[in-house]
Design a protein around this ligand. Structure first.
Ligand SMILES: [Zn+2]
Length: 389
């Protein structure tokens, strides 16, 4: 059996607050590693040109869950995941030269689910008016029991959705960010998924959305780059990520473990300048995509079940993407949007605030910076990173 060949060390991952002005060492306490040797990884190679992943957000709040995390927030989070996993993080140009050649371009595409677990039309979000905090790592109590779209038992089952439970307090902390099981622990069971603080992802959050990317990295089998260590140099079992320490959270830390420069840009670090996965991390995530514990997510039957089959198989999304022309990029504040008959275009800054919108073939916004242009056409959403000089 595959499982017997794996080295199982620990099983739960947590991540606390990771704002740039807070030393994450105060919460960096539960760092677990599940090593899959490269020889094993290569036995489950990629079989898909694209792995389509249905996502559902379950939002919990005692007074007004709808206002805490909107459909726009959800789509923005999905767009950022898609950019981050495909090597298109907004700061990818700032990655140190040593690591630029090994930036992973994973062929994963995350989608808001369009059907719920009963087969009814759905926008990808459930709202739950409950005053429940996020479970602590290792426990699976209220949130996951109350609202759960997957099947199976605690350990072991079938993944139909990547589930993300959102609430206001995680790990006993109003500013705790989130945690996820590794697939080796949940074994595809219904507790698999991410418990996350909606304040770290919604429209009022300013730094970035990289912590959700970090948690999805755990969901797909990645450990922290500093492995199980806390104060000493630790290994994550990945060949192309240098051995490092948890304390390497500053953005430029040099060679602190005599194993080369620290990859502070890695999403699986605790730094405030994350922008990439490495190729070997991508190889490990794809191994888990192909593994029984995650492979149902992207199966054709499941894409039909979750309502995203039409998008992915009819190619309508791709057709719209191919027709769409956005230029110039960079621009000086006038962006032309052509090729689509009907659409709505919205421009968001990197903090997720909408700064402009239009239904016309040009959008004007002359404040220099990096933005995300979100175009909605025929019920499909296309996001593009644009630069304004
Ligand atoms: Zn983590």
């Amino acid at each position: 059996m595959k499982g017997e060949l794996l080295i199982i060390l620990l099983f739960v991952i947590s991540l606390g607050t990771r704002a740039q002005n807070i030393d994450p060492r105060i919460v960096c306490s539960c760092n677990d590693v599940h090593v899959v040797p490269k020889s094993e990884r290569l036995k489950l190679k990629s079989t898909q040109s694209t792995y389509h992943i249905p996502v559902v957000f379950h939002v919990f709040d005692p007074s007004d869950p709808q206002s805490k995390f909107t459909l726009q927030d959800a789509q923005y989070a999905i767009d950022l995941l898609n950019g981050n996993f495909s090597g298109q993080h907004r700061n990818v140009d700032n990655v140190q030269g040593t690591f630029k050649p090994i930036i992973a371009q994973c062929n994963y595409k995350f989608h808001l689910a369009k059907k719920d677990k009963y087969g009814d039309a759905f926008n990808g979000i459930t709202y739950n008016k409950k005053d429940w905090k996020g479970d602590n790592p290792g426990s699976n109590s209220t949130l996951k029991s109350y609202q759960n779209f997957n099947t199976g038992s605690n350990i072991g089952g079938t993944q139909r959705y990547l589930q993300i439970w959102l609430t206001y307090n995680v790990n006993g902390d109003d500013m705790g960010s989130g945690w996820s099981y590794l697939p080796s622990y949940d074994q595809g069971g219904k507790w698999a998924g991410i418990v996350y603080n909606y304040k770290m992802i919604n429209h009022s959050y300013t730094p970035n959305n990289d912590i959700l990317t970090h948690e999805v990295g755990h969901y797909l089998g990645l450990s922290h780059v500093f492995g199980a260590s806390y104060t000493s140099c630790g290994d994550d079992g990945i060949e192309d990520t240098p051995i490092t320490k948890c304390e390497a959270w500053e953005c430029s830390k040099g060679d602190i473990c005599s194993d080369g420069l620290v990859n502070t840009e890695n999403f699986m670090s605790y730094s405030g300048c994350t922008a990439m996965f490495t190729n070997d991390q991508g190889e490990l995530m794809t191994y888990w995509m192909e593994h029984d514990y995650r492979s149902n997510l992207w199966s054709e039957d499941n894409l039909i079940f979750t309502g995203i089959y039409d998008d992915t198989v009819t190619g309508l999304q791709e057709e719209i993407e191919n027709k769409l022309k956005v230029y110039p990029n960079p621009s000086h504040g006038i962006i032309n949007i052509e090729g689509l008959d009907t659409f709505k275009a919205e421009l968001f800054d990197i903090t997720g605030n909408k700064v402009a919108e239009t239904n016309n073939t040009s959008l004007t916004y002359a404040v220099s910076g990096i933005y995300f242009l979100r175009i909605i056409s025929q019920g499909h959403v296309i996001s593009k990173k644009v630069y304004i000089k």
